[in-house]
Design a protein around this ligand. Structure first.
Ligand code: KG4
Ligand code: ZN
Length: 338
């Protein structure tokens, strides 16, 4: 049978990404244009993000086709993330995806960004199937989700305040380390002592699967104020290692406790924070103890990318779950099947 290619768009936050993937999850191109402009503001500025998506999207589509050695006429479907995210940013991707679908008479497949993060695991493990437990950790989300089937799932726990990625980013800002903070803290933590300082574990209660990271942020802020600048600079790797330990420990603890309680033997980590080396290593160690298998996307598919949106669209394409061109973007939070 001829290969069928899906052209996938991701523009929910500050990365414009366009990928081409086939129905066996082979990725032919996955281009990401990251908007470094936000760094100087210490966080994503929505209006700037939308404008930059608009500036990049057409050229990036051309380049994605070129890299895959394909033309628009070779494409069988258009996939696009429509929620959650910054509404202006989502609308740029959706409007362009709709116009291509209309002009080329192709089916349009809409994807929830968080399900996209989870589907990133299918690129390496195309046969991965529910039941599984997914820890979805990104800049805006922290959710523990029990998938009974791929379409039917229960949200077991979520953050009551900051997301895990946000905890990394805000702590890095307090420590004067730059944005986004997650990768910087991850790198510095490698050479630090994680027992240097005890940062608090949020919502560390039995049989409770919600998360809270705002207490950690306050504790980092108080810690920074209580020390000299020189001390913070000298010990930044130790502080990062200790901080990372606090975030990772609670994420792993709750995931493993629930998997153990419900006898779930497949654990997926998804979202930008799934790139974290400490999280990947600790989850692996603890999962082994309960004989569960851990699935984590390859690093290039952890942060926002088009390939994960394409991967989430594959089954919908096969099942002909297409969207009407009247479909709109929306910004409500969380994992949901569209
Ligand atoms: O999924 P993502 O790319 O965008 C959202 O949907 O939010 O996640 C971005 C988040 C940021 O908070 C970033 O700091 C965090 O993922 N992140 C990391 C690492 N790489 C990215 N956090 C910890 N360790 C990392 N290596
Ligand atoms: Zn994301």
């Amino acid at each position: 049978m001829n290969k069928q290619f899906i052209l996938a768009f991701e523009s929910s936050c500050d990365d414009t990404s366009i990928a081409i993937i086939d129905t066996s999850y082979q990725v032919y191109s996955n281009l990401i244009s990251s908007q470094l402009e936000h760094g100087k503001y210490g966080g994503v500025v929505p209006e700037i993000a939308s404008r930059l998506h608009l500036r990049n999207i057409m050229k990036l589509t051309e380049l994605a086709l070129q890299e895959a050695n394909l033309e628009l006429k070779d494409i069988s479907a258009i996939a696009v993330s429509v929620n959650p995210g910054l509404i202006g940013s989502l609308l740029v991707g959706l409007s362009y995806a709709k116009s291509l679908a209309y002009a080329l008479k192709l089916p349009l497949i809409t994807v929830n960004h968080m399900l996209g993060h989870i589907a990133a695991n299918l690129i390496e493990h195309p046969n991965l199937s529910a039941p599984y437990l997914a820890l979805v950790v990104s800049g805006g989300h922290t959710e523990l989700v029990h998938f009974i089937t791929e379409e039917k799932f229960k949200i077991i726990g979520q953050t009551r305040d900051d997301a895990a990625g946000e905890a990394f980013d805000k702590s890095a800002k307090l420590l004067g380390l730059g944005y986004p903070g997650g990768p910087i803290i991850d790198r510095l933590a490698q050479s630090g002592d994680e027992n240097f300082h005890d940062f608090p574990l949020g919502m560390n209660k039995k049989n409770n699967y919600d998360f809270s990271f705002s207490g950690l942020k306050t504790s980092v802020s108080n810690y920074v104020k209580s020390q000299t600048e020189d001390f913070i600079i000298k010990n930044k790797d130790n502080i990062c290692a200790s901080l990372q330990k606090a975030i990772v420990s609670i994420l792993v603890k709750k995931t493993i406790n629930y998997a153990k309680q419900e006898k779930i033997d497949k654990i997926i980590i998804a979202g930008g924070v799934s790139a974290n080396k400490g999280l990947r290593a600790k989850m692996e160690i603890e999962a082994k103890k309960i004989r569960a298998e851990v699935y984590v996307p390859q690093l290039q598919y952890c942060m926002d990318n088009g390939a994960m949106i394409g991967a989430a669209a594959v089954k919908k394409f096969i099942n002909k779950e297409f969207s009407d061109l009247k479909v709109n973007a929306f910004s409500t939070k969380g994992v949901r099947y569209l």
